[in-house]
Design a protein around this ligand. Structure first.
Ligand code: 3HC
Length: 306
């Protein structure tokens, strides 16, 4: 497709204004990391309360970092946090917030229709050269971009961060069939510029990490269902026998059991190339826990009590 002169591309060096849509754990983590690396960040959510929560997540995490950086100096700790937070603006107006963005990262609820509608709305206001990205864990990037025109699709990718964002080094850069190589290159450079390590992959269910992690988690749950060992012993085995920082049940509780169920059910039902795959078949144990509201750390109970 020929590009008109008004359609200039964003060079790697020019990604400096970031808009993050969604102030939950992931969105606020991404905003925090970008601001830490001197980017001007706007964090967007639907209400002031949601934004205040996001701001509180950032402040708590930054205090943790500050305490290590300036162990004996409380004034330096406060200054460190304030300096980074000064680069983060808050907004409840998505269109206004993307109007000057070089890069927009969406980290809202995992609902395809809601994400598609959001990007349709954002594309009316974002600069033509902006890179648009989704932090989805399990939805196809190409489908999220489906309502956009072909120029927007060329500048649309996945940027998948991991929890806890300030600590986890990896970002998956997900390349759709339509994405420009130059956009992927810019995203890779930006990921490095914020101190993370990129892994580029195609737009397939679960990308790399979740495609391997979800079968592992589900197999751990099936071991428990077959009464092979207790959750504690399976966790101990994987931590001490395989060197994982968390055992599979600690990790399930950390990620959220509702999130895990949502992902495996979605892939089992109609994931590209995964439909009916027994690796992602439902588990009675998981279904029961979710039904009881035992969602993991966030609800105070999951496989373990918190
Ligand atoms: N903000 C800032 N720093 C943080 C942090 C946060 N939110 N959480 C942890 N840290 C830092 C700590 O300060 C500490 O730093 P230090 O080593 O410099 O002192 C370091 O991380 C380790 O933390 P802790 O000592 O408190 O605890 P652990 O050693 O148990 O580490 C952990 C915690 C980093 C969460 C570790 O257990 C871990 O890596 N777990 C696995 C996490 C994982 O697999 N995440 C991916 C989940 S899947 C996902 O996100 C994809 C999604 O799509 C489903």
């Amino acid at each position: 497709l020929a590009r008109g002169p008004s359609f200039s591309t964003t060079s790697m060096a020019s990604i400096s204004r970031i808009t993050v849509i969604g102030g939950g754990q992931m969105g606020s983590g991404i905003a925090q990391v970008a601001a830490t690396h001197k980017h001007e960040v706007t964090l967007v959510d639907v209400s002031q309360e949601a934004l205040d929560r996001g701001k509180a997540y950032m402040a708590k995490s930054l205090k943790r970092v500050a305490k290590k950086k300036h162990a004996e100096d409380e004034a330096a700790q406060s200054q460190f946090v304030a300096e980074i937070m000064s680069r983060v603006s808050l907004s409840t107006k998505p269109q206004e917030a993307v109007s000057r963005a070089d890069l927009v990262i969406e980290a809202i609820v995992e609902n395809l229709k809601v994400k598609q509608d959001l990007f349709a709305q954002l594309s009316k206001a974002a600069p033509q050269q902006a890179i648009l990205a989704s932090n989805t864990s399990s939805l196809p990037i190409g489908k999220i971009a489906e309502l956009l025109d072909s120029q927007r699709k060329q500048r649309f990718i996945g940027l998948h961060f991991f929890n806890p964002v300030p600590q986890m080094k990896l970002v998956e850069v997900v390349r759709t069939k339509e994405a420009d190589q130059e956009v992927v290159d810019s995203a890779v450079a930006w990921v490095k510029a914020i101190g993370k390590a990129p892994a580029v992959c195609k737009d397939t269910p679960g990308f790399i990490v979740n495609r391997l992690l979800l079968p592992y988690m589900m197999e751990a749950i099936r071991l428990l269902e077959r009464d092979v060992a207790s959750a504690q012993d399976i966790d101990t085995a994987m931590k001490l026998g395989a060197g994982y920082p968390m055992g599979p049940f600690e990790l399930c509780d950390y990620v959220g059991l509702d999130t895990i169920k949502f992902i495996v059910d979605g892939w089992h039902k109609d994931g590209e190339g995964l439909k009916g795959n027994p690796l992602f078949a439902s588990s009675t144990k998981l279904d029961e826990l979710v039904k009881q509201g035992r969602l993991g750390v966030k609800s105070g109970k999951g496989f373990y009590d918190y």
